[in-house]
Design a protein around this ligand. Structure first.
Ligand code: ACO
Length: 381
């Protein structure tokens, strides 16, 4: 019998396996550095708007005034949700995970009549989806409270619209700027699990909606984008400074992972965590910031002691919780805010993938029984 095992290299979890060329972003894990299209994230954080960063990822350069105005007009033209999507969202259970509602809403968009989202993914489709994500999330936020959705406005940017469509009133400058800063930081991050998912689906020549629906599913897990909601739960459970040490000790004794710490690629502090720490200090109450900082300091010390050499640092999710809470998002909407931002990274990767497409189809290592079994009809089993 011929050998049925693959001769390729087996890497569980695909750590360090290079599966695509990209010009979009790169994580320098041991240096704690993140680059978007040649810009260090520190160059963009606090300077560029989310729309400028989206344009950078889609087109490869920062927009000039005219290009930005065109993009904003295109986003503005897509802020209103089709009625069929709103009707579909009404059917979603009010206690559903908001990521399930988002995934359903994006899927409904792709299931409208006509030829939209059916051919090779385009820039216009990417922009449309970036405008639809916050609209879907906000519609579900209101529907689950028994309120009618508020349509987006063409004169507001993404961060403003997201908060406006959720709460029905214009956010303060501090709120929308905090959210805008967050959206800039999370827009892309190399070949993370959800982006890889989007590229795998794109590689089958599927449509861009399907790519982003799959990516939402991958992002939902607590090992990826589901973590900040869990960070908020953790901080709420800890509750006070004098409870930090005992809570963390108990969690680690039970073998639990501390949410907001550790990363597959970063073996130094995530630069986004540093920026978000500064934003959290400005935006959250002094009490909540002190609780977060004390939890971070104690957690890092304990992880260092219990997992020496593992290089576990604060990741982007830890201070995302404080920042997103301060701009008015409930904890279970934190992963949705992540998806709103990452939707532009996903679509940029989809557009890049289809330029140089080759079906992504790795091999598996067969570890099942040798094929010497004979079929036995069900009656005889
Ligand atoms: N708390 C406690 N221990 C941890 C943590 C943590 N947060 N993270 C890693 N470890 C430990 C592991 O138990 C393991 O210990 P061991 O070797 O003694 O068994 C060691 O550190 C290495 O961990 P890995 O599992 O190899 O790390 P991996 O790269 O697979 O996981 C991950 C990365 C999933 C992010 C992990 O650190 C984790 O679960 N963190 C908590 C969840 C979280 O914050 N997720 C958001 C990630 S950021 C993002 O996706 C945007």
């Amino acid at each position: 019998m011929s050998d049925f095992t693959n001769t390729g290299i087996m890497v569980n979890g695909l750590d360090s396996v290079i599966a695509a060329n990209t010009e979009l972003s790169h994580v320098f894990g041991s240096d704690g550095k993140l680059v978007y299209c040649g810009y260090d994230i520190y160059e963009l954080a606090g300077h560029a708007s989310f729309e400028e960063v989206a344009y950078l990822l889609w087109k490869g350069h920062l927009p000039n005034r005219e290009e930005l105005d065109e993009l904003n007009a295109l986003l503005g033209a897509n802020r209103e949700l089709p009625q069929a999507v709103i009707e579909g969202l009404r059917q979603v259970s009010k206690d559903a995970n908001p990521m399930d509602a988002l995934r359903t809403g994006v899927s409904l968009l792709g299931a409208q009549s006509g030829t939209r989202f059916e051919g090779t993914p385009t820039f216009e489709e990417a922009v449309e989806l970036a405008a639809r994500f916050p609209a879907i999330a906000a519609a579900f936020y209101r529907l689950r409270q028994g309120l009618e959705p508020v349509q987006g406005r063409a004169d507001l940017n993404t961060a403003q619209n997201f908060l406006y469509m959720m709460h029905g009133e214009e956010p303060t400058e501090g709120e929308w700027r905090g959210l805008d800063g967050y959206l800039v930081l999370l827009a892309d991050h190399g070949l993370n699990a959800s982006t890889f998912t989007a590229r795998v689906i794109a590689s089958t020549n599927s449509d861009i909606c399907s790519c982003l629906v799959g990516a939402i599913g991958a992002l939902k897990g607590p090992a990826h984008g589901g973590a900040p909601a869990k960070v908020m739960e953790m901080l709420n459970e800890i509750g006070s400074l004098d409870n930090v040490e005992s809570w963390l000790t108990d969690a680690l004794d039970k073998g639990q992972r501390l949410m907001g710490f550790g990363h597959r690629v970063y073996k130094a502090e995530d630069p986004r965590a540093e920026v978000l720490r500064g934003m959290a200090k400005q935006a959250s109450t002094p009490e909540f910031f002190m609780l977060s900082k004390e939890t971070e300091d104690k957690a890092l010390a304990m992880l260092n002691e219990r997992k020496p050499g593992r290089k576990l640092y604060t990741n982007v999710e830890f201070y995302s919780a404080a920042v997103l809470g301060a701009v008015g998002l409930p904890g279970d909407f934190f992963p949705v805010a992540f998806a709103v931002s990452r939707s532009v990274g996903w679509s940029a990767h989809v557009l890049e993938q289809v330029q140089v497409n080759r079906l992504i189809r790795p091999a598996s290592h067969y570890v099942g029984p040798v094929p010497d079994k004979k079929f036995v009809p069900i009656e005889e089993r």
